[in-house]
Design a protein around this ligand. Structure first.
Ligand SMILES: [Fe+2]
Length: 378
């Protein structure tokens, strides 16, 4: 594979040199942004801007903040990443909220110890980003279990009267994660619903674990914890976004003996136990794909979540809506939809207000699949 890549790079590099000499548009035809950027929550007070290009190259984001021009590069340990076609840059939230940003990438055909062959630079249009701006009611659009097909979800989303302030992709955006092209599908879905202008909260579903690119994909997010679990806030709401792992034990034949989610979830559990959530948050909402916090690889998260003051747990995975899931739980639990047994996709809008959370769900045929008000003391 290494030699195949090297041969391909040499051919592409030679073509770049020839086309430059002859002023031909070859590089324009083969190198461009194939997935516009989306802005993902990645823990604490940071966003990670992620986009992709047709071929490997560099990535950087430019913006102005309080009179200073910033250029933030996609680098790791001091080296600018240039061998990947997926680019990610981490930016403080206060720099991006209410601001505009532009993404850039330069094609890198080959990179050796003392030389690199670089092609053209492509840039996105400037994108105006809307973070929390003090609005009294917050609209969080939940889209889980897309499984490669966002068209039904798009139809379902059109039924809501309100525009989303943030998007929650609650797992199983794709059915497996074998290579970078599968992660590009996640990016495509994220952009379809966010247009890069509102935050995306992404959780990993069980299906995104399946395939050798599963852990590579998580590294792209550059989260504070290093795993696909993190906290973030949107105005008065604090979110605890969790990685619920797989839906079967590590020794199931499905995983060929090549997973160790037991250790990963153990680390995540210890991290949860070390947390102190924001005491001033009006609501604390936990998001996780699999709605079984009572048993994650033998760990019962219920008491940990209760101790953290979680008000509500929103899960996916079941491909249905349920506003009173597991009534025994010390916090509200609900399921957010997905493609139902009747082949209709259900999307959910969570409307967060001062003393209540009003949830409504529509399917792609325009049928309201239910609504519910969760009451909270003032
Ligand atoms: Fe699932």
């Amino acid at each position: 594979m290494y030699y195949l890549n090297m041969v391909f790079n040499v051919i592409v590099s030679a073509l770049i040199v020839i086309q430059s000499a002859l002023a031909l548009p070859f590089n324009t035809l083969i190198f461009f942004i194939d997935n516009q950027a989306s802005v993902f929550e990645s823990g604490d007070d940071m966003y990670t801007v992620i986009w992709s290009t047709t071929l490997p190259g560099t990535g950087y984001v430019t913006y102005n903040y309080e009179g200073t021009e910033y250029t933030v590069k996609d680098e790791i340990n001091g080296a600018i990443r240039s061998e990947d076609s997926i680019h990610s840059v981490r930016i403080p939230k206060k720099h991006l909220d209410g601001n505009s940003y532009t993404c850039h990438s330069q094609h890198v055909g080959a990179r050796r110890a003392y030389v690199a062959l670089k092609g053209r630079t492509v840039s996105s249009e400037p994108v105006q980003f809307k973070g929390y701006s003090g609005q009294e009611e917050i609209h969080a659009l939940f889209i889980s279990d897309i499984h490669e097909n966002p068209s039904l979800a798009e139809k379902a989303v059109k039924n809501f009267d309100t525009e989303a302030d943030l998007i929650v992709m609650n797992g199983d955006a794709v059915s497996f994660m074998t290579d970078a092209y599968k992660f590009k599908q996640v990016l495509s879905h994220a952009y379809t619903f966010s247009k890069g202008s509102i935050p995306v909260l992404y959780t990993r579903g069980n299906h995104e674990n399946r395939g050798e690119y599963g852990s590579d994909a998580i590294e792209i997010f550059k989260t504070s914890t290093g795993g696909m679990y993190y906290t973030c806030s949107y105005g008065p709401v604090q979110f605890l976004c969790l990685d619920s792992g797989e839906d079967k034990s590590d020794d199931d034949w499905t995983y060929s003996g090549l997973v160790d989610y037991t250790s990963y979830i153990e680390r995540e559990t210890k991290w949860m136990e070390s947390l102190t959530l924001d005491e001033n948050a009006r609501y604390r909402i936990c998001i996780a794909h699999i709605p079984r916090p009572d048993n994650r690889y033998g760990n019962d998260w219920t008491q940990i979540l209760a101790d953290l003051g979680i008000d509500m747990f929103i899960g996916g995975h079941k491909h249905r809506i349920n506003f009173e899931y597991n009534k025994e739980s010390p916090f509200y639990m609900m399921l957010d939809g997905g493609k139902n047994g009747d082949d209709r996709y259900i999307a959910t809008m969570v409307n967060i207000r001062e003393n209540e959370i009003y949830v409504e769900a529509y399917d792609n045929e325009g049928t309201m699949r239910g609504d519910h008000t969760f009451a909270f003391d003032s």
